[in-house]
Write a new protein. Structure first.
Ligand code: AMP
Length: 402
């Protein structure tokens, strides 16, 4: 892939205004407290850099999926407060995106000041990649910086259409975006070996393409979570009521065979924590993968699988992890994911975690500081691993030199 245009190479004119597309799509509780501000903290390097260059910054982001215009619970106001606390300076906020209030706030913004617009998706044009909407956003800043890795796999107005209004001297990728791309690329191109991929989560379908793309590049593949049962079924096991994607049994078998052909060691669970229902007060028992009772489902990997997976991870030099090992949201079925998180965290390997759920597991397990890199974008990080070109990244690549 060609190199990205970098914010570091921008020659800002005096008192310039910079429009920064951030990813402030953070989780909040019912009181609208931000429960995880990692995405806000990750944007700070780029914001600080632009401010230190003497610019004023206009920040924009989406939050959740508003249905029709403004929704109080999806306003970015709590983000402006948290950002202000993190930066220890004022962050102006307008409950507006492209209306008069926003325009006025931008016009009166002085050098060194920060303005946050409200949720971009309150405007229909954002997800439609609408050129007129993008043009209005582009009128706010002489420079455009994209630091929103989490949405780069979407051709949305503030990510894709907007870049058409800037030449290569006036648009660039922020530091977070550059870091995300660099980590994913190094992982695929130059992994230290053994390179182990650990995948889990609910569905094979969501990760099928990534698995196909990864297989020729890795040394070991560890499969846990709900998706493992489609593989176990493909091997002829009785999996009770466990999660199954019947239409993917063939694909699962192909992956297992391809692994053999390529000499990739593939590990599947050998036991599970099974329960008749997926709830905290359900009865549960430890069973081998071959003895899941009729009507029961496997909801976490069992202790023998933890030992097996840990042993397989033991000599890894690079580990990529995407997808929990069980229904970690329910305490009873969280243990397997936590123990694998600890094992990955303790490994001396370069460890890269992708996916919101997996980042959440690592956080809850208290392992965040021990992981080399935790991607801020679930879907986007998966698409990079699948080898796809992200629409938001493609438009920020340097032109090919003759
Ligand atoms: P994904 O979005 O495909 O990465 O899936 C994440 C979800 O998979 C989490 O919400 C987990 O609760 C769920 N999950 C993990 N293991 C299982 C399992 N054995 N059965 C059902 N769901 C699972």
């Amino acid at each position: 892939m060609r190199e990205l245009l970098s914010v570091k190479d921008m020659n800002f004119t005096k008192d310039a205004k910079v429009f920064i597309r951030c990813d402030f799509n953070v989780p909040m509780d019912e009181y609208r407290n931000i429960t995880d501000d990692r995405r806000i903290r990750s944007a700070i390097a780029t914001i600080r850099y632009c401010l230190d260059e003497g610019c004023s910054v206009i920040l924009a982001s989406h939050l959740g999926r508003p249905k029709e215009g403004f929704e109080d619970k999806l306003s970015l106001e709590p983000v402006s407060k948290r950002l202000s606390r993190l930066l220890q300076r004022e962050v102006k906020f307008v409950k507006d995106v492209v209306g008069e209030q926003a325009s006025e706030a931008v016009d009166t913004l002085k050098a060194g000041e920060i303005l946050l617009l409200d949720n971009l998706r309150f405007e229909k044009g954002e997800t439609k990649n609408d050129a007129l909407f993008a043009k209005k956003l582009a009128s706010y800043g002489t420079y455009y910086v994209n630091d929103a890795f989490g949405v780069c796999h979407r051709a949305h107005a503030s990510v894709e259409a907007i870049t058409k209004f800037y030449d290569d001297e006036h648009k660039a990728a922020g530091f977070l975006l550059q870091k995300e791309i660099a980590f994913a690329q190094n992982l695929i191109k130059r992994p230290a070996r053994p390179f182990v991929a650990v995948v889990g989560g609910s569905k094979v379908s969501g990760k099928l393409q990534a698995l196909k793309n990864l297989l020729p590049k890795i040394d070991k593949l560890i499969i846990g979570g709900g998706m493992a049962f489609t593989f176990l079924k493909a091997l002829g096991y009785d999996i009770g009521n466990s999660l199954l994607e019947e239409n993917l049994i063939d694909d699962a078998l192909k992956i297992l065979n391809k692994g053999k052909e390529l000499g990739v060691k593939i590990y599947l669970p050998v036991d599970a924590i099974a329960a008749p229902t997926c709830s905290q007060d359900s009865v549960m028992k430890y069973v081998t993968a071959q003895e899941i009772p009729n009507g029961w489902m496997g909801l976490d990997i069992g202790p023998a699988t933890v030992v097996l997976f840990k042993e397989a991870i033991d000599d890894a030099q690079t580990i990529w992890w995407n997808g929990p090992m069980g229904v970690f949201e329910i305490d009873k079925f969280a243990r397997g994911s936590f123990r694998i998180s600890h094992a990955i965290a303790e490994s001396p390997a370069t460890t890269v975690v992708g996916g919101g759920d997996t980042a959440d597991v690592v956080e809850r397990a208290g392992d965040t500081d021990e992981i080399t890199f935790i991607s801020t974008g679930g879907g986007a990080s998966l698409e990079l691993i699948e080898g796809k070109e992200l629409p938001g990244v493609k438009v920020l690549l340097k032109k090919e030199e003759d």
